[in-house]
Design a protein around this ligand. Sequence first.
Ligand SMILES: Nc1ncnc2c1ncn2[C@@H]1O[C@H](COP(=O)(O)OP(=O)(O)O)[C@@H](O)[C@H]1O
Ligand SMILES: [Mg+2]
Length: 394
Amino acid sequence: MIPVTPIEADRPSELATDISERLTSAIREHLMSAFAPDNTKSLRAFSAPEAAELLGVSAQFLRKAHAEETLPEPADIRGGRRYYSVTELREARHILEATSRKKGRYLPGRRDGDKLQVWQLMNFKGGSSKSTTTIHLAHYLTLRGYKVLVMDLDPQGSLTSMCGISPEIEFDGLTMYDAIRYEDPVPLADVIQETYFPGLSLAPSRLMLSEFETESAVHSAPDQPFFTRIRSALEQVEADYDIVLMDSPPQLGFLTISGMAAATSLIVPLTPSMLDVSSTAQFMELVGAYMGVIEDAGAKLHYDNFRFLITRDEPTDVPSQQLTSFMRALFQDRVMSSTALKSTAISDATMLKQSIYEVVRSDMTRATYDRAKQSMDAVGLEIETMVQKAWGRS
Ligand SMILES: Nc1ncnc2c1ncn2[C@@H]1O[C@H](COP(=O)(O)OP(=O)(O)O)[C@@H](O)[C@H]1O
Ligand SMILES: [Mg+2]
C-alpha cells in the first residue's frame, strides 16, 4: 500500500503537482505489479479451433496440413492439443498462400497499385470508445493477416499503453511528436516500435505530443502548413503497411485535423446517449468548418468512407435503441450496420489493457465473452470489407 498523507498545498499549482506526483508513483507501483515479473506484455497462444477460424479453414484441414507436413507443427503442444503463436499463424499464412488457388485468401493485404488505407477514429467526445475501437480493430486486422500500424494522436497515450508501453512509466523514447514537429523532425520509421503483438506496429504518444498543438498555433510557414505534417510523415513508411489506424484525442485540435488530412477513411464512434448524439451535431459542424479551412489552404480531402459506428450499444436499453434507430433513419448506410456492444467482457479486458482477442474464453463467462467477441468480429469484418472494396475487391 501507498502511505497516504493528506494533500495540503498553499497554491493550486503545488496542489496539482502534488496530485500528479502521487498518482504517477501509485500508477507505477500498480502497473509494476500488474505486469510482473519483467513488466512487459506478452500475447497468448491460440488454440487449434481459434487458429482454424482465423485462417478461415476447417479444423480438419489444419490437422491434415500438419499430417502431410505442408504446415510445420506449432512449438506448443499440450496434452495432444496444438497452440499457435501469432508468429506461427503468420508463417502459416505465407505457406498456405503460396499454394492457394485464390490469390489473397491467406494474405489479404495490399497488392501492387493498392493504396495505403489510413483510417482515423475521431469524435471530440471523450469516452465514445475511440481508443477501445482502435485497439480492437488493430488486433482483428492483424490476426487476419494485415500489416497494421496504429498511430496514437492522443497526448494522453491510452492507445500507447494498450500496446504495452506505459507512457506514465518506462517510456521516454521518441513519439509522434518527434516525427511531426516543425524543427528537425525525425523519420517516422525511427518513432515506430514493434509491439508484443506480432505484425502490429505502434507510433506512440505521450504528453509531449500536446506541444504540437501549441507550436501549430504559432507556427507560420506556408510551405509546410500544420495539416501536411502527418500525411508527409506517413508517406515515408507507406510501403511498409496495409492499414494505418489513427486514434484521436477528444478534441478537434491541430492533431485531429492533421490526421483528417492524412486519412483515407473516417470513422466517428458514437455512444447512443442523448448528450452524445446532440453534441455530434456540433462536432460535425466544426469538422465541416475545419475541413473547409484546410481545403481552402490547399488540402485535398477525399474519403472512401465516412461513417458512424455505434459503440457501447445496449440492445435491451430502449432509449439508446431509439437513438440508434434515429441515427440510422437519418443517415442510412453512413451508420455502420454492425455495432460494438457494451459488454463487461470488453471493460474487464480493457482494465487489464487487453482486447477481447487477448483474453482466453475460459477465463470469462462464456456467453458474455462470445457476444462481445462476435460483436467486435462483426465490426472488424465490416471495416475489412470496406478496405477490400477500396482496393477494388469484394
Ligand atoms: N464496448 C464496450 N463495452 C464496455 N465498455 C466499453 C466499451 N467500449 C469502451 N468501453 C469503456 O469505456 C471507456 C472509454 O473508452 P475509450 O475507448 O477510452 O474512449 P475514448 O478513447 O473515446 O475516450 C473505457 O473505460 C472502456 O473500457
Ligand atoms: Mg481515447
